[in-house]
Design a protein around this ligand. Structure first.
Ligand code: ADP
Ligand code: ASP
Ligand code: MG
Length: 418
């Protein structure tokens, strides 16, 4: 018999370090039990054990440099199958009903963009039935989906279990989505490189979206998009806390919920950038279009763009950045169009990093970025390119100065912990 009043639903997600071995998985089971005892129906989304997905990716690349993306997904999705089964067993061991669900069983229906598929819809009827009939904890494989028309397994892109969790929380109408990781919340910057970083109690969706897209890998960008669109109450918290005394972590929420808004909320960095400069391009209308249209057609996202007068005073130099993973393709596209573009020299650099400052408070303050340019110059850090938008600005610098630049901006905007 199903119970009369439906219980509130909670989605809990545990990342790679949180399920790194059986002992850690037993610890996860204790966190889950706490929430079941508190009266929730729980769906737990798990990642593969830490390092596992990297190993699987390396095997695929070793097997063939130009591999079949569908088989890549078949291989890399396997890490999550292991941890779902192990967690279900550990939950059963402490007296809970539990079963594993692979992506195709839930199902997570996605498009066929193998390696970075997007979720189109989520089933979840079986999970709800398990809640109602058996109070059964659902242990769901993160990262995995299925493209139903072809029946093939897909994966959601690296870090995709965050997205699996938030999407499930939206689909099951969960009260909350708790993302457990190896830090106790979202920090003002990556605590691994700035020990003075401090934890934020709340971060606005827009800020988290920028931080994630600009390099803060604590949440996958798409998970933040989904949380924002579906208004999912999402917390980032630590699985290393004592399961009996959990800490609240960081709430990702609407801007209105945050009382005190500093000008800069956080600093992010990304080393996954490459810079390309085309020297002495003819300075005439349409030239930028002829450079960037073929890149767009090749699905290459161009980020920072700088155009300035060449040394000869007659032509123009165009500098832009692309993701490192697209660097070789971008160069090939440009070289293919060399005759039309008419540049004299293509220069490139891969040893660059993008440092960004993010904050909703920037909307109402002038001169925020100017302050940073001066502070970086005072430390002898050369800026290669700049972009700004309403709530962030980014500078491109030599990769060797990444940590110094992040620390400099972190102090400059008063973010260092006392
Ligand atoms: P998981 O395996 O749990 O998904 P990730 O490694 O994907 O964990 O994300 C957690 C890591 O994100 C942290 O260990 C931390 O080094 C890094 N990180 C980067 N920027 C931030 C930030 N602003 N706040 C917290 N963690 C951050
Ligand atoms: N295991 C996958 C990865 O390493 C998904 C995740 O951890 O979120 O990218
Ligand atoms: Mg992650």
């Amino acid at each position: 018999m199903s119970s009369t009043k439906p219980r509130p639903i909670l989605v809990m997600k545990f990342g790679g370090t949180s399920v790194a071995n059986v002992e850690r998985i037993r610890n996860v089971a204790q966190h889950v039990k706490r929430e079941v005892d508190a009266g929730y129906d729980v769906a737990v989304v798990v990642s593969a054990m830490s390092g596992k997905t990297n190993e699987l990716v390396a095997w695929v690349k070793d097997a063939a440099p130009l591999y079949d993306a569908r088989e890549y997904d078949a291989v890399v999705a396997s890490g999550e199958q292991v941890t779902t089964g192990l967690l279900a067993i550990c939950l059963q061991e402490i007296g809970l009903n539990a079963r594993s669900w692979q992506g195709w069983q839930v199902p997570y229906e996605t498009d066929d963009a193998h390696g970075s598929a997007r979720i189109a819809s989520i089933g979840g009827e079986g999970i709800l039935k398990g809640f109602a009939e058996r109070r059964e904890v659902a242990v769901v494989a993160g990262f995995q989906g299925i493209h139903t028309p072809t029946g093939r397994i897909t994966t959601l892109g690296r870090g995709g279990s965050d997205t699996s969790a938030v999407a499930l929380a939206a689909g099951l109408k969960a009260e909350r989505c708790d993302i457990y990781t190896d830090v106790d919340g979202v920090y003002t910057t990556d605590p691994r490189i700035v020990p003075k970083a401090h934890r934020l109690d709340k971060v606005a969706f827009e800020e988290m979206l920028e931080m994630a897209s600009l390099g803060a890998k604590v949440l996958q960008v798409r998970s933040v998009e989904l949380a924002m669109v579906h208004n999912v109450r999402t917390f980032v918290r630590s699985s290393f806390d004592n399961p009996a005394q959990p800490m609240p972590g960081t709430l990702i929420c609407a801007e209105e919920e945050i009382m005190e808004q500093p000008v800069v909320t956080g600093i992010a960095y990304s080393k996954d950038e490459a810079q390309i400069t085309l020297r002495e391009v003819a300075d005439k209308p349409g030239v930028a279009a002829s450079v960037f249209a073929p890149l767009a057609e090749a699905n290459i996202v161009v980020d920072m763009i700088v155009q300035n007068v060449s040394a000869d005073g007659k032509t123009t130099d165009i500098t832009f950045t692309v993701p490192s993973s697209d660097y070789a393709r971008a160069v090939a596209v440009i070289e293919k169009n060399k005759d039309e573009l008419g540049y004299t020299l293509l220069q490139s650099a891969q040893d660059v990093a993008k440092i960004s400052a993010i904050g909703i408070g920037m909307r109402s303050h002038a001169g925020v970025a100017a302050k940073a340019f001066k502070a970086l110059a005072d430390r002898g850090i050369n800026i290669r390119a700049i972009t700004t938008s309403e709530i962030k600005f980014s500078v491109l610098i030599d990769v060797a100065y990444t940590e110094l630049a992040v620390r400099t901006l972190h102090s400059l905007y008063g973010l260092d912990a006392a």
